[in-house]
Design a protein around this ligand. Structure first.
Ligand SMILES: [Fe+2]
Ligand SMILES: [Fe+2]
Length: 142
C-alpha cells in the first residue's frame, strides 16, 4: 500500500504540473484556477515526499524493532545498573520535553496544513514517550 501511494502521488504531481503548463501554453487566463491547481500540486508534492519518508521509516523500524525488543527483555538490572538506567531515562525525559515543545512550535510555524498536522502528531507521540519514560523511571527508582 505504501508503494502504491508513492506511485499515485508521483503521477499526480506530474499530471498537475503538466496541467499548469498546458493552461499556460494555451494562453488560458484563469488566475483563480491556476492558483487552486498550484496549491493542490504543491500539497501533492508534500504527500509524495511524506509517503516516501513513511516507507523508509517503516522499513527501518521493522528492521530495528526485533533486535531492540530482544535486548530489553533480557534486562535484569542490578542496583547499580538501575541507577544508571534511571540517569539515562531522566536525560531522555529532558530530550522528550524539548521535542514536545519544538514540534508544537513547528506546528504553529508551518504554512501547509498537512505538515502542521504531522508536527502536531509528532508532538503527541513525544508526549507519549514522555509518559512511558516517566513510568519506567518510577519502576526503576523503587
Ligand atoms: Fe495526495
Ligand atoms: Fe521521542
Amino acid at each position: 500500500m505504501i508503494r502504491k501511494s508513492i506511485e499515485i502521488e508521483e503521477n499526480a504531481v506530474n499530471s498537475y504540473l503538466h496541467a499548469i503548463r498546458i493552461l499556460r501554453l494555451q494562453g488560458v487566463e484563469m488566475v483563480d484556477l491556476e492558483k487552486v491547481i498550484k496549491k493542490v500540486a504543491i500539497e501533492t508534492l508534500i504527500h509524495r515526499e511524506l509517503v516516501k519518508a513513511l516507507l523508509r521509516a517503516y522499513e527501518e523500524s521493522l528492521k530495528k524493532e526485533s533486535e531492540v525488543m530482544k535486548e530489553i527483555e533480557e534486562l535484569k538490572p542490578s542496583a547499580r545498573e538501575k541507577m544508571i538506567i534511571v540517569k539515562l531515562l531522566k536525560d531522555h525525559l529532558a530530550i522528550e520535553s524539548e521535542m514536545i515543545s519544538i514540534y508544537r512550535k513547528l506546528a504553529q510555524e508551518l504554512q501547509y496544513p498537512v505538515l502542521r498536522e504531522l508536527a502536531e502528531s509528532l508532538a503527541r507521540n513525544e508526549e507519549e514517550h514522555h509518559r512511558v519514560l516517566t513510568s519506567l523511571i518510577e519502576k526503576y527508582e523503587k
